[in-house]
Design a protein around this ligand. Structure first.
Ligand SMILES: Nc1ncnc2c1ncn2[C@@H]1O[C@H](COP(=O)(O)OP(=O)(O)OP(=O)(O)O)[C@@H](O)[C@H]1O
Ligand SMILES: [Mg+2]
Length: 306
């Protein structure tokens, strides 16, 4: 993928003798949301921590803004915000007070930075509630606020919706999407759920057992993958003959009674009529739309579906 703002090349990580990240090549495009997806223990957090320089890489390269991070790590401070776990906050302080402490650590004294970050995640800046009384959703939102404080260009989020309830998940997704759409941020996030990444990400990298199995633009595969009309009939042979006689060649017999038709300019209504006119009984007919999970299960032999 061109225009990568974060890139890894043959990135590897060993803990002791155990190789857990294996030659990972990832490409995060500027202004896009990139989702790393993989099961528990696949290596997502290790990859993210190596990109951030929080743990040493065993071998390989990380390039951010086109430069090898081994040579420019210091220059990246402030240009990348991240959220790994919602801890590192004082339990007896409010959201605002916690962020104020960080601004002081970072040498900034501008309170607007804190207000702006809290506003972006919908945490009221005048709320006196202490961190120890926060719900997990509030803790995650505060962690996101910390990640975006000081307006970094790249935001890296490790499992930002993990453990949240459905409303918390949908809130978090909304904030993340807004950061991309309204503030032009580049976002790298991880998840163990394909469906989660599908609704958020532009690009996706699938990690399994430390390896990247596939990397792609979601829109591109959506365009390339065909939707089909599935028909269940009583007489499969006769149906095939009828379809061919009508000039429909793009179909696959999928079972004793099922045919999938991959023809762009034909409706399920037309197919139904063609078959019924020839006395074929159609018990079911429906259009099967694109589904990322199914696509990847087909593409990589059922390895995804954590
Ligand atoms: N500090 C460590 N020492 C030894 N092994 C580790 C360490 N951290 C992670 N591992 C191992 O490395 C592998 C990858 O772990 P990692 O945390 O990167 O995966 P993950 O995809 O983030 O998993 P999860 O979905 O559970 O967060 C796992 O087998 C894990 O047990
Ligand atoms: Mg992890």
């Amino acid at each position: 993928m061109n225009n990568s703002i974060v890139e890894t090349e043959n990135l590897c990580k060993k803990y002791g003798n155990k190789l857990v990240v294996k030659d990972v090549n990832m490409h995060v495009r500027r202004g896009k949301i990139y989702g790393i997806i993989g099961k528990n223990g696949a290596g997502k957090t290790s990859i993210i921590k190596m990109i951030l320089g929080l743990i040493h890489k065993t071998s390989g390269q990380v390039r951010i803004f086109g430069k090898d991070t081994d040579e420019c790590r210091q220059a990246l401070v402030g240009r990348i915000g991240y959220m790994i776990e919602p801890n590192g906050f004082y339990s007896n302080l409010s959201a605002r007070e916690n962020l104020m402490i960080y601004t002081r650590i970072q040498g900034s004294i501008n309170p607007n930075v804190v207000m702006d970050a809290l506003q972006a995640v919908n945490l009221p800046s005048d709320d006196r509630k202490k961190f120890r009384n926060f719900s997990l959703g509030m803790k995650q939102r505060l962690a996101l606020a910390l990640a975006i404080m000081n307006d970094p260009e790249i935001i890296i989020l490790d499992e930002p919706t993990n453990g949240l309830d459905p409303i918390g998940i949908s809130d978090m997704r909304r904030y993340i999407k807004k950061l991309q759409q309204e503030r032009n941020k580049t976002i790298l996030l991880s998840s163990h759920q394909l469906s989660e990444v599908e609704v958020l990400a532009d690009d996706i990298g699938i990690i399994d057992d430390g390896r990247i199995l596939a990397e792609c633009e979601i829109e591109k595969i959506k365009k390339e993958s065909k939707q089909s009309i599935k028909v269940e009939v009583d007489n499969i042979k006769k149906s095939a003959v009828v379809l061919e006689a009508k000039g429909i060649k793009n179909f696959v017999i999928q079972g004793e009674h099922q045919i999938a038709v991959y023809e762009k300019n034909i409706s399920s209504y037309d197919i139904n009529r063609m078959l019924m006119d020839r006395d074929i009984k159609v018990s079911t007919i429906f259009t099967e739309f694109f589904n990322l999970e199914r696509y990847f299960n087909n593409a990589i032999g059922g390895k995804v579906n954590p």
